[in-house]
Design a protein around this ligand. Structure first.
Ligand SMILES: *[C@@H]1O[C@H](CO)[C@@H](O)[C@H](O)[C@H]1NC(C)=O
Ligand SMILES: *[C@@H]1O[C@H](CO)[C@@H](O)[C@H](O)[C@H]1NC(C)=O
Length: 367
C-alpha cells in the first residue's frame, strides 16, 4: 500500500502530511482526512501514543468544515492493525504502571468516538485485523474487506476477552456466530468477513488504490453517497460457506454455559466440532467464562454500557494471573503452553466471574 500513497500524491496536489515519520500519519487529501497506521513491522499494532494522536485528530476533523470524510488504513501489505500493544501493557502491569488503566480507557473512548462519528468514516481493512484493529474499524460506518482480510478476536488465548466493544458487535451477528468467534478466536478470511456482516463491503485489494481516489474525489459526500460508491466496487457472491458455518455455530453454541458448549461439541463428534474442542481446551478457562457472560450481557446493552462493562473486565484481567501468563506463553517466550490458573472450567467459580463485573466506583469508565 506504500504505492497507493505515491499515487494519491501525484493525483492530488492538495495533499498535506500533518505529521510525518511517526507511528501514525495524518494527511489531508483533498477534503478527505486520511489516517495511516504506520508500524508495518509490528503489523501496525496500536499503542497508546497512536491512540493519543488519533483521538484529537478525529475530533478536529469532525468539526472541520473542510473535511468531508475520514479514511483509515494500515501501512505495508500485511495488516490493517493486528491489535493493541499487549506486550507493553503486561510489562506496565507488572511494574504497577498506570499505562494498564490508560490504554484500555483511552482505547474505549476512541472507539466510542468512532461509533458516534458524524462524517463518513471508511476503514480499509485490507489485511490482518484483530483486537484493537477491530476497535478502529468495526464501529465506523463503513468497513471494506479484501481477499487479504483476516479477522479475529483471539483474546481468550492470552487470558483476556474480546474487548473494544466485542460485547456489542459480537452478540449482534447472526445466530451464535459472535459467541463462537469470541470463544474460539476463529479466523474469518476474505469474503466471509463481509458475508457475516463484520465488513460492509468486499473489494479486491488491487482496486483499493482506485477506490481511495474515487472516495477522495467525492464532493461533500453524505453516508449514502459513500455507500453508493462502495456498492459500485462491490462484487456480489453467494454465501454457501457462511450458511454452513452459521448452522454449525447455532447448533453447537446454543447453550447455557461454556461447559454445555464443550458437551455439545463432544457429543457432535464432527471434524468441525473436534477442532473447536481442541481450540477451546487451549484457551484460558477464566477468559472463556468471562467472555461467555460478556457476550450474553452485551446483547441487551448500548455500546456505551458495553464499554463500561469491558473496562471493568480489563481491569479484572490486569489484577489476575492469566493475562500475564498468556502473553508470556504466546508473545514473549512463544512456548504456546500457558499455565492457566485455575486450569479447568470447573475450577473457575461463579463468584470469581461475578467479581470481574463489579463496579470500580470512581475509577469506572465515563463516556
Ligand atoms: C508506540 O510505537 C512507536 C513506534 O514503534 C514508539 O516510538 C512509541 O514509543 C510507542 N509508544 C508507546 C507508549 O509504547
Ligand atoms: C463504539 O461506539 C459507538 C458509539 O456509541 C457505537 O455506535 C459503536 O457500536 C461502538 N462499537 C462497539 C463495538 O461497541
Amino acid at each position: 500500500r506504500k504505492g497507493s500513497f505515491k499515487c494519491l500524491h501525484k493525483l492530488n496536489p492538495a495533499k498535506h502530511t500533518l505529521k510525518a515519520g511517526s507511528e501514525v500519519l495524518f494527511e489531508k487529501v483533498g477534503n478527505a482526512g486520511v489516517i495511516t497506521l504506520n508500524r508495518p513491522k509490528a503489523l501496525n499494532a496500536l499503542n497508546l501514543t497512536m491512540i493519543r494522536h488519533i483521538y484529537p485528530q478525529l475530533k478536529k476533523w469532525d468539526k472541520d468544515s473542510e473535511t468531508d470524510l475520514v479514511i483509515i488504513k494500515g501501512a505495508g501489505d500485511k495488516a490493517f492493525c493486528a491489535g493493541g500493544d499487549i506486550r507493553a501493557i503486561t510489562e506496565a502491569g507488572k511494574a504497577g504502571d498506570s499505562l494498564t488503566q490508560d490504554l484500555f480507557r483511552e482505547e474505549y473512548i476512541l472507539n466510542n468516538t468512532i461509533g458516534t462519528y458524524q462524517k463518513p468514516y471508511v476503514a480499509l481493512i485490507d489485511g490482518i485485523t484483530m483486537g484493537g484493529g477491530v476497535g478502529l474499524s468495526i464501529h465506523g460506518r463503513f468497513r471494506v474487506a479484501t481477499e487479504k482480510t483476516l479477522f479475529a478476536m483471539p483474546e481468550t488465548g492470552i487470558g483476556l476477552f474480546p474487548d473494544v466493544g466485542g460485547g456489542y458487535f459480537l452478540p449482534r451477528l447472526q445466530g451464535k456466530l459472535g459467541l463462537f468467534l469470541a470463544l474460539t478466536g476463529f479466523r474469518l478470511k476474505g469474503r466471509d468477513v463481509q458475508r457475516v456482516g463484520l465488513a460492509t463491503h468486499f473489494v479486491q485489494s488491487d482496486k483499493i488504490v482506485s477506490l481511495q481516489k474515487d472516495l477522495v474525489d467525492l464532493k461533500s459526500p453524505s453516508n449514502s453517497d459513500v455507500a453508493q460508491l462502495l456498492d459500485s466496487y462491490q462484487e456480489q457472491v453467494c454465501g454457501k460457506n457462511r450458511r454452513l458455518l452459521l448452522f454449525c455455530c447455532f447448533r453447537l453454541f446454543s447453550a447455557g454455559s461454556v461447559e454445555e458448549i464443550m458437551e455439545n461439541l463432544k457429543k457432535d463428534g464432527s471434524a468441525f466440532a473436534l477442532k473447536q474442542t481442541e481450540t477451546l481446551a487451549k484457551m484460558s478457562p477464566t477468559s472463556l467464562k468471562l467472555t461467555f457472560r460478556q457476550i450474553q450481557e452485551g446483547e441487551r446493552m448500548s455500546l456505551q454500557e458495553v464499554l463500561v462493562m469491558e473496562y471493568r473486565l480489563s481491569q479484572a484481567c490486569m489484577r489476575g494471573n492469566d493475562f500475564y501468563e498468556g502473553v508470556r506463553a504466546v508473545l514473549i517466550d512463544k512456548d504456546q503452553s500457558p499455565k492457566w490458573k485455575p486450569s479447568t472450567l470447573s475450577g473457575v467459580s461463579e463468584q470469581a466471574i461475578e467479581e470481574c463485573f463489579s463496579s470500580l466506583g470512581e475509577r469506572d469508565l465515563k463516556l
